[in-house]
Design a binder for this molecule. Structure first.
Ligand code: SF4
Length: 496
């Protein structure tokens, strides 16, 4: 499909919306028609008091054209003239594509990773009623999704209020997996060569953890939550897990710690020895991720474990005393159906995990699912799955507490963390809303330094691949010098 951009700089948002309606179509961006039968033209004709807007689409033999006049007198008080013209043009495109396809995306034209963060800001600026009206009237979010964003914003506000300026969380990345799932773009870390790097990786990781602990102590920071994720931390052996938890204990002050999570995501990597290492190491929260309880779908996504293995891992964890467990599910997986998803939900609810995270399948460019063009769930079916989940989870005493969206998610839909009352994962909220510093160790980890009472975030990126992390470790540690100078510059007056 050709996407023709004439006389405006809004290509990014326009292209994103086209991908919501046509997720599998290759898009070529040009500035003039070139005879390609499937094309969408978007054009802006500036005027003194606004602009004339045009969208013309010819797709699969059907065509539709709409025009609109935009007046700067209608600009909202949270937008510039440019933002306003962009919103108006994207809205016009939305109406054209909705009419041509018969599909209404539930998030309207709202793009961006953090809808709840936007909702929180608008509620602060305008109050709840006007903020919700912006969602439904100005960016055409469905009332249900606006209510979801509002509910998440409220849950997050309560958690964020407990974070102090000197609070921080510690994230540790274990970038290894037992094998690679077909929907994941986590390319080389699950092959045999990568696994041979584990001993050297561990040595460097322990050094980075120790140095981060020394830094946090010197700055008198207050560790509130720890999250060890990946990859799959339980791809490591019990001994290595213990070395990590011992290292944390030796180098950090854990007296203010309120949460300690270690992901045990892949059921085929869970053993009694590893769970005991996690428990004895001090972690109180784990994640065991079924994704689906349908064995055919598990095979289709190359997950290399069965539904029975998930049930066994969960029973083992409960028998060892874990009473705070998250389970991840994915809506829109290849060959999954609404009925099979309902079965997955019922099985998950029967296990009564404290958290259930419902993801929408994201079509990541490097994932086998995309490179081999495996058929995935369509937007309408995936939306049905999410609606089913929202109903069932609410009826079973779970409430939504954090939410994010990834690019190229089916239907531009969302990922939502649901929790039983009082069991919300603090780290998820801190990490997502970016109002609380996260010091991060390991390959691919990103340290986020947050300025108190502002939206300013500074990031320090660790090298992505384990071999780079090992080879360029000193360079990476030098980058971390910025942590101390950041606190010296930004925290004057915020000391507790
Ligand atoms: S276990 Fe998770 S991180 Fe590892 S390949 Fe599968 S989806 Fe990706």
């Amino acid at each position: 499909m050709n996407l023709i951009i004439q006389n405006h700089a809004f290509q990014y948002e326009i292209e994103k919306l086209v991908r919501v309606f046509y997720p599998h179509t290759k898009i070529r961006v040009t500035d003039a028609p070139n005879g390609e039968p499937d094309c969408i033209l978007t054009a802006v004709e500036p005027k003194a008091d606004g602009a004339d807007l045009l969208v013309r689409a010819c797709l699969c033999g059907a065509s539709l054209e709409k025009t609109a006049a935009a007046f700067f007198s209608d600009v909202l008080d949270n937008e510039t003239n440019e933002d306003y013209l962009e919103r108006k043009l994207v809205l016009l495109l939305f109406h054209v594509l909705r009419e041509l396809t018969g599909y209404t995306p539930p998030w309207g034209i709202l793009t961006g990773v953090r809808p709840a963060k936007l909702m929180s800001r608008l509620v602060r600026d305008w109050g709840e009623e006007k903020a919700c009206a912006y969602f439904t009237d100005e960016v055409l979010v469905s009332p249900k999704k606006a209510a979801l964003a509002s509910a998440v914003a409220k849950a997050e506000a309560a958690i964020l209020a407990a974070s102090r300026p000197a609070s921080f969380s510690l994230y540790i990345s274990i970038p290894f997996c037992p094998s690679r799932c077909s929907y994941c773009s986590f390319v080389s870390h699950s092959n045999e060569a990568a696994k041979r790097l584990i001993p050297a990786y561990m040595e460097h990781l322990l050094r980075e953890i120790a140095a981060t602990g020394a830094l946090a102590n010197a700055l008198c920071l207050r560790l509130e939550s720890i999250y060890i994720g990946g990859g799959t931390p339980t791809a490591l052996g019990a001994e290595d897990l213990t070395r990590i938890t011992d290292c944390i204990r030796a180098h950090f002050d854990l007296s203010a710690l309120r949460e300690y999570t270690i992901e045990a995501g892949r059921p085929d990597s869970v053993t009694k020895e590893k769970l005991l290492a996690i428990r004895n190491g001090g972690a109180t929260r784990i994640s065991i991720n079924p994704q689906t309880f349908n064995d055919d779908v598990l095979r289709e996504i190359g997950r290399r474990h069965s539904a029975a293995q998930t049930l066994d891992a969960m029973a083992l964890a409960r028998s060892l005393g874990f009473d705070n467990i998250n389970m991840d599910l994915i809506a829109g997986l290849p060959t999954d159906t609404v009925e099979s998803f309902r079965g997955t939900l019922e099985t998950t609810l029967a296990l009564a995990p404290e958290n259930i995270t419902i993801h929408t399948l994201a079509l990541k460019r490097a994932a086998t699912l995309v490179t081999e063009q495996l058929p995935v769930g369509d937007a309408a079916q995936t939306e049905q799955m999410l609606a089913l989940a929202a109903r069932a989870l609410t009826e079973n005493g779970y409430a939504p507490y954090y939410m994010y969206r990834q690019s190229n998610c089916i239907g531009n839909l969302e990922n939502v963390g649901w929790a039983k009352r009082g069991r919300e994962c603090l780290y998820n909220v801190y990490m997502m809303e970016e109002c609380h510093t996260v010091l991060a160790c390991g390959a691919g980890a990103v340290t986020k330094l947050c300025v108190p009472l502002s939206n300013n975030v500074e990031r320090i990126f660790n090298f992505k691949y384990p071999y780079e992390y090992i080879d360029r470790f000193e360079e990476l540690m030098a980058r971390k010098d910025r942590v101390a100078s950041f606190y010296e510059e930004e925290f004057e007056g915020f000391r507790e």
